[in-house]
Design a protein around this ligand. Structure first.
Ligand code: HEM
Length: 107
């Protein structure tokens, strides 16, 4: 849905201080998010994750849309000890829109 992805690009402004996407994306204080929807958690090359994110990765966590929405709603409630210092996206519409945007940026 291109309209939802466009809305999600605006929501992604809240993420840009820490995350990059696209061909030239680099890890910043947060990992590159290319291909994150449907991808394995905690596996971006060269990024130093928190202990709980590493544990989730070892446990096989996959960022399905459902898991991502729950994480983005309240990161620190979803994953105690995550180093993602972000209060969260309260509105379900914003969660869904940013996920759609992340899908559109692909690999
Ligand atoms: C991790 C998305 C905002 C810093 C992650 C992950 C996702 C994500 C999907 C997991 C990545 C993986 O498993 O490889 C988002 C989105 C945001 C957002 C969509 C905006 C709505 C932020 C902000 C910051 C931040 C504002 C910095 C203040 C981090 C850090 C991690 C992370 C440090 C690693 C967490 C850990 O190792 O526990 N983010 N993020 N994020 N993000 Fe964000």
């Amino acid at each position: 849905d291109p309209d939802l992805a466009a809305k999600g690009e605006k929501v992604f402004k809240k993420c840009k201080s820490c995350h990059q996407v696209g061909e030239k994306a680099k890890n910043r204080s947060g990992p590159v998010l290319n291909g994150i929807v449907g991808g394995a958690a905690g596996t971006v090359d060269g990024f130093k994750y928190s202990k709980p994110m590493k544990a989730a990765a070892e446990g096989g966590l996959i960022w399905t849309e459902t898991e991502l929405a729950a994480f983005l709603a309240k990161p620190k409630a979803y994953m105690k000890g995550t180093k993602m210092s972000f209060a969260g996206l309260k509105k379900e519409a914003d969660q869904l829109a940013v996920i759609e945007y992340l899908k559109s940026v692909g690999e």
